[in-house]
Design a protein around this ligand. Structure first.
Ligand code: PAF
Length: 295
């Protein structure tokens, strides 16, 4: 495995590997089993002769001024060991100065899917994500890139980025990996104290209960479903709900009824200072109705 800190190193290494499939897994490090499942999917897609590239980069421009950029974990050696163990070929692990010119003046903005849900709570976040992902696509020119469904809105935004800017890359979704009690794996779970960790699975549980109620017809419309979510979520005494939304799985538009729709349920909540997100489809739905673009 090669560890490449500069764009020049990355381009030189890619130049030596022409003509084989390139599959990219962008990450911010602090890797867990969710990420390693993306590496496994990348290897399946790349094949044994293809090249799997991971990025380890805590992207400053996707964090708000009062968010956890400084505190975000950066266990580089442990991350590299995980990449090595999963057969990643190249790791691009640049500094912020390497990625961004000091006088940079171009950014990428998605103006529709980014404005609601996490975009409403984290202004500028998706601009930062789109900008860094577009830069990685331009540098690496992958045939495919793998993103986790855990960040469902991010996945939708990236598909839109690729469609609207004509990046010749397939965006593939990989399912959320969960702890035994249902909590979605996240690098931020490590911030939780023991009471918050004990409460955190309520997010997944509430989403799954409501999805099951919608699928079985016991929750016939969004009003009943919202109330049911709030009732389940109230069990998590120390948590504060940021949002719960029922949206069309492809467009992320809010649903006014469920008939003939493919709903996706998304929620975000604070457990202490830690903001966790999660989402589910209805039981039996295909993982995604493949959001607005080629897969
Ligand atoms: O999902 C993440 O870890 C980040 O948002 C990404 C896609 C690596 C961009 O920094």
């Amino acid at each position: 495995m090669e560890v490449l800190p500069t764009k020049a190193d990355l381009l030189a290494s890619l130049a030596d590997r022409k003509g084989v499939p390139r599959v990219l897994v962008p990450t911010m490090g602090a890797l867990h089993r969710g990420h390693t499942s993306l590496f496994d999917r990348a290897r399946e897609v790349a094949g044994k002769d293809g090249v799997v590239i991971a990025t380890l980069f805590v992207n400053p421009v996707q964090f708000g001024p009062h968010e956890d950029f400084d505190a975000y974990p950066r266990p580089l050696e442990a991350d590299l060991e995980k990449c090595r163990a999963r057969g990643v070929d190249l790791v691009f692990a640049p500094s912020a100065d390497e990625v961004y010119a000091a006088d940079r003046s171009v950014a990428v903005t998605e103006n529709r899917l980014s404005t609601t849900l996490c975009g409403a709570s984290r202004p500028g976040h998706f601009d930062g994500v789109c900008t860094v992902v577009a830069k990685f696509f331009a540098l690496i020119r992958p045939d495919a890139a793998i993103f986790g469904e855990k960040d469902y809105q991010q996945l939708a935004v990236i598909r839109r980025l690729v469609r609207d800017l004509d990046f010749p890359v397939r965006i593939l979704a990989a399912p959320t990996v969960r702890e035994d009690d249902g909590l979605a794996l996240s690098s931020r779970n490590r911030y939780l104290d023991s009471a918050q960790r004990a409460a955190a699975p309520v997010l997944a549980r509430s989403l799954h209960e409501v999805a099951a109620g919608i699928a079985s017809g016991t929750l016939p419309g969004p009003t009943e479903a919202r109330q049911a979510f709030l009732d389940h979520f109230a069990a998590a005494a120390p948590a504060r709900l940021d949002y719960f939304a029922m949206v069309d799985a492809a467009t992320l538009e809010p649903l006014v009824d469920f008939a003939g729709q493919t709903p996706r349920l998304l929620a975000a909540a604070f457990f202490g200072q830690t903001r966790l997100i999660d989402n589910v489809g209805l039981p039996g739905d295909k993982a995604l109705p493949l959001l607005l673009g080629p897969s």
